[in-house]
Ligand binder design. Structure first.
Ligand SMILES: Nc1ncnc2c1ncn2[C@@H]1O[C@H](COP(=O)(O)OP(=O)(O)O)[C@@H](O)[C@H]1O
Ligand SMILES: O=C(O)C1=C[C@@H](OP(=O)(O)O)[C@@H](O)[C@H](O)C1
Ligand SMILES: [Mg+2]
Length: 168
């Protein structure tokens, strides 16, 4: 079984994915981390050198490779991953997807606390700009995220809800 976590930047995909994989005894794969290892470059460097369009192609390739390599894994995707090409269909064909639906105010709060510098789409934004960017981006991406097999709403209960669902 493959479990895919999808949702906005700051929704906790990487954090929850790691915890969950540990609890289930599954392999943990973070798609961004996989891409960084594969390319030998940070996400910032990939965006800087090749631009977002190329990043999306690399991200799709990474998704296919990860699916080929692991069939018992928790896979945390990057926030944009399900929203390009037919990635959300691909994800749902190869596993069960969970949308971590976290309110924009909470996303912004977490991302500002963590610092914006590792996420090229956010770097340099003021709090007001960040709020606006997240709101607009979510408006566009919602249609993809909502195609997840399950939606987990409410930030802090996500891990518990997920484990409960998996234990059913
Ligand atoms: N449930 C949570 N409650 C509070 N903060 C969280 C939670 N999950 C993640 N965070 C924090 O939010 C930031 C982004 O988390 P991360 O797991 O990298 O999200 P994503 O991979 O979805 O972008 C990190 O600083 C992390 O510590
Ligand atoms: O939402 C996005 O377009 C992105 C999200 C990031 O991953 P996280 O969602 O794990 O921050 C990373 O893939 C890249 O910076 C682009
Ligand atoms: Mg992440």
């Amino acid at each position: 079984m493959r479990i895919f976590l999808i949702g906005m930047m700051g929704s906790g995909k990487t954090t929850l994915g790691r915890q969950l994989a540990g609890q289930l005894g599954y392999t943990f794969v973070d798609l961004d981390e996989y891409l960084v290892q594969r390319q030998g470059q940070s996400i910032n460097q990939i965006f800087e050198q090749y631009g977002q369009e190329h990043f999306r192609k690399l991200e799709r390739q990474a998704l296919e490779e990860v699916v080929q390599k692991y069939d018992k894994a928790v896979i945390s995707t990057g926030g944009g991953a399900p929203c390009f090409f037919n990635n959300i269909e691909y994800i749902n064909q190869h596993g069960t997807s969970f949308y971590l639906d976290v309110p924009v105010e909470q996303l912004a709060h977490r991302l500002l606390a963590h610092g914006l510098q590792e996420r090229p789409l956010l770097t340099g934004k003021s709090p007001a700009e960040l709020n606006l960017y997240l709101t607009e981006t979510l408006t566009h991406r919602k249609q993809f995220y909502e195609r997840a097999t399950y939606t987990l709403a409410g930030a802090n209960t996500a891990a518990q809800s997920l484990l409960r669902l998996l234990n059913q």
